[in-house]
Design a protein around this ligand. Structure first.
Ligand code: PGA
Length: 256
């Protein structure tokens, strides 16, 4: 079990707003977040709203310590792809991050490991930091295949992008059975997977930011962040509540 110091790595908390929000709700949520914000020396924080609200979020967060990003992107930079959004478009509204390979898109949009690898490369080409989501289903875990499944997901990206490029990105371990279900991986389960992911990168693993996602709330975040290999969180539901979101960011700042 890896227990290296996290000293070289900053922590990261990202709110994935998914397909929630409206201009009015976003205004209120962002105002509450900014009103309760206190400087966090150890943590980077970002919010990924629906594409259509990125300019609104960017305007509200401009000049604050909170970055923003997309929830997906098309692998091409431009072209006749109706309904799609490209990396250069996300960069054009000053996004810092983009989520790739979220399990909801892998399932709802049939995004394959190879497609996710293309998205990853496109994100870095546009100067964005990809947040590469990986994670096993309940069936894979029950069958003892969790680590092999995750390794295959990551290997597809390493094969296309190269190991150095992936080590510069952010990995998010999100067990499918924990996303939006209220079931969190136990600290032992999460620690095992995070340590496994880190060792896939050898020495480069020391710099790799690996966050956990799946029903992280203010009341379980501290326990997860206390683990050496957990560098933060990708939040769904908890990022839609200012108090929860801020409390989790504060936990990330004081962990370790
Ligand atoms: P959740 O979602 O926190 O609502 O489980 C996490 C995610 O989808 O990134």
């Amino acid at each position: 079990m890896a227990s290296e110091s996290t000293a070289q790595r900053r922590r990261l908390v990202v709110g994935n707003w998914k397909m929630y929000g409206s201009r009015q709700e976003n205004t209120l949520l962002l105002a509450d977040i900014l009103a309760g914000w206190e400087p966090l020396a150890e943590v980077d924080v970002a919010i990924c709203p629906s594409f259509i609200y990125l300019p609104q979020v960017a305007e509200a967060l401009q000049g604050s310590a909170i970055a923003w990003g997309g929830q997906s992107l098309n692998p091409d930079d431009s072209g006749a792809f109706t309904g799609e959004v490209s990396g250069p478009m996300l960069a054009d509204v000053n996004s810092r991050y983009v989520i790739v390979g979220h399990n909801e898109r892998r399932r709802l949009r049939a995004e394959t490991d190879q497609f996710v690898a293309l998205q990853f490369v496109a994100a870095q080409r546009a100067g964005l930091i990809p947040i590469l989501c990986v994670g096993e289903s309940a069936e894979d875990r029950a069958a003892g295949n969790a680590l092999a499944f995750i390794t295959a997901q990551i290997s597809a990206v390493i094969n296309l992008a190269g190991i150095d490029a992936v080590a510069r990105a952010v990995l998010a371990y999100e067990p499918i059975w924990a996303v939006g279900t209220g079931k969190t991986a136990t600290p032992e389960q999460a620690a095992e997977v995070h340590a496994h992911i880190r060792q896939l990168f050898g020495e480069r693993g020391e710099q790799l930011t690996i966050v956990y996602g799946g029903s992280v709330k203010a009341n379980n975040a501290a326990q997860l962040f206390a683990l050496a290999d957990i560098d933060g969180a990708l939040l769904g539901g908890a990022s839609l509540n200012a108090e929860e979101f801020l409390a989790i960011c504060r936990h990330a700042n004081t962990a370790g």
